[in-house]
Structures are given as structure tokens and as C-alpha cells.
Design a protein around this ligand. Structure first.
Ligand code: GTP
Length: 236
């Protein structure tokens, strides 16, 4: 198991809604923050990219007749809400954080400036990257692969609701088997739907391993980091 000094944690917005159908569940946000705190206390530098599906889904807004770019911008604003919620939870447990937004909104958080983000990370702060890439048509997975590359992360940890990558959707197909490790090309050619092709390609070009694990259970981030948990690794 390689040791990862600096990681980017990517979570969907849905993770933060807990058992609810919509929005933020404070207890779940706190639980996720505790997991991040544990990783930081174990000596890992952590930055975070979160989605917004618990608040607004750009793609489904567009599917219902909205202009895609407008829908995507609404999604980016949803990410900022999630980022502030996570920042609040982390700082309540005395983990220092900085929220940096790809779309400048300086009354609320810092604008994303790569060199400044690097400084924050070197100082052990948890940097939460908000507003995706700042562009419509790009997913938060792509934002995660981009920021992980820019921050020279040793791995991109993708927290999902299942404990890795399966041969089929484990919630629909009882014969689905979990894969231990695979290559970026496997993910692309087998259309395994872990992340979109843009995100996978970016991670591949920059040689950033992707670790897919279940973020819904407490303590799994630390376990994926020390290799004792269940997860799937995607590498070259
Ligand atoms: P170091 O100089 O490396 O210690 O970083 P720092 O973030 O502590 O210094 P800075 O003086 O830049 O920031 C102090 C506080 O102001 C931090 O909580 C920042 O998040 C916040 N801050 C800095 N720039 C902005 C901004 O553009 N908008 C908002 N809303 N807050 C900011």
C-alpha cells in the first residue's frame, strides 16, 4: 500500500444529505468532518471537492428544459453552500480550513489562486475547493481531477456509497463483483461509470491514483488511507 502524503477527497453532494431526500443533514456533515479530521491528525494533507446534487443537479435541470449553462451555474452555487457547511463543521472541531471558489465571491470566501492554495495546504489547512472548475459542462469529478493535479496530490480519494468499483451496479445486479485494482484504460474501455471520461483522462495524464471507497461509513477514509479498508484503486 503506497503512503499518500497529500490527497484530494471528492464527495458527491448526496453524501451530505444523510438519510434525507434533499439538502444538508448537519449530523452527516459533522460525521464526514470527523473523518477528515482523523485523516489530518494522522498526518495527511487533505483538500476537498464536493458536489451539489443534494441541492441542485445541473444535468437534470437541463433535462427539464433549463438552459444547460444556467443550470450548471446553479449547481456551482450549490457547491459553495456545501463547502461552507463543511468548513463550519470542520472549524467547530478546530480543524483549520480555507474555502476557495473557482468563481470569485470574495465576501463569502477566497478566490481560487493556486499558489495561495498550495501555501494553505503546506500549513496543514484543509482547503475546500468550491464552485467546481468555474465552468459549465464540467463535472465536479473533473474539478476534483484538475485540483488534485494542480495541488500535486498523491491520490484522488473518491468517496461514494459503495466500497469500490464493481463489474456492474451492485445495487441492481447481485452478481456484481468488486474489483481490487484496475487501470484508467479499463475504466474508460469498460465504461465502468466511476467518473466521467474527462476526469479519468486528467488523472491518467497526471498519474494520480484514484481510490474509490465508501464514505458513508465512519472511519473509512482513515482505513482507505492506511490500506486496511475495502476500496478499489485505479492506476496506470
Ligand atoms: P497566511 O498568510 O498564509 O497565514 O494565510 P491566511 O489565509 O491566514 O491569510 P489571509 O490574511 O489571506 O487571510 C486571513 C483570513 O481572511 C482567512 O480566514 C481567509 O480565509 C480570509 N480571506 C482571505 N482572503 C479572502 C477573500 O478574498 N474573501 C474572504 N471572504 N475571505 C478571505
Amino acid at each position: 500500500m503506497p503512503s499518500y502524503k497529500r490527497i484530494l477527497l471528492k464527495m458527491s453532494g448526496e453524501v451530505l444529505m444523510g438519510q434525507n431526500e434533499f439538502g444538508l443533514d448537519p449530523a452527516t456533515v459533522k460525521r464526514v468532518a470527523e473523518d477528515i479530521k482523523e485523516a489530518v491528525e494522522n498526518g495527511t494533507e487533505v483538500c476537498v471537492v464536493v458536489g451539489a446534487g443534494n441541492i441542485f443537479r445541473g444535468v437534470s435541470g437541463a433535462a427539464q428544459g433549463m438552459d444547460r449553462t444556467t443550470a450548471d451555474y446553479m449547481g456551482m452555487l450549490g457547491i459553495v453552500i456545501n463547502a461552507l457547511a463543511l468548513q463550519n463543521a470542520l472549524e467547530q472541531m478546530e480543524v483549520m480550513t480555507r474555502v476557495m471558489s473557482a468563481i470569485p465571491m470574495s465576501a463569502i470566501c477566497e478566490p481560487y489562486i493556486r499558489r495561495k492554495a498550495m501555501r494553505h495546504m503546506q500549513k496543514g489547512r484543509v482547503v475546500i475547493f468550491a464552485a467546481g472548475t468555474g465552468n459549465p459542462y464540467f463535472t465536479t469529478d473533473t474539478a476534483a481531477a484538475l485540483r488534485a493535479s494542480e495541488m500535486n496530490c498523491d491520490a484522488l480519494f473518491k468517496g461514494t456509497k459503495v466500497d469500490g468499483i464493481y463489474t456492474a451496479d451492485p445495487e441492481k445486479d447481485p452478481k456484481a463483483e468488486r474489483l481490487e485494482s484496475l487501470t484508467y484504460m479499463d475504466v474508460l474501455t469498460r465504461d465502468l461509470k466511476v467518473m466521467d471520461a474527462t476526469a479519468i483522462s486528467l488523472a491518467r495524464e497526471n498519474d494520480i491514483p484514484i481510490v474509490v471507497f465508501n464514505v458513508k461509513e465512519k472511519g473509512n477514509l482513515a482505513k482507505a488511507l492506511d490500506g486496511s479498508g475495502t476500496f478499489t484503486t485505479v492506476t496506470n
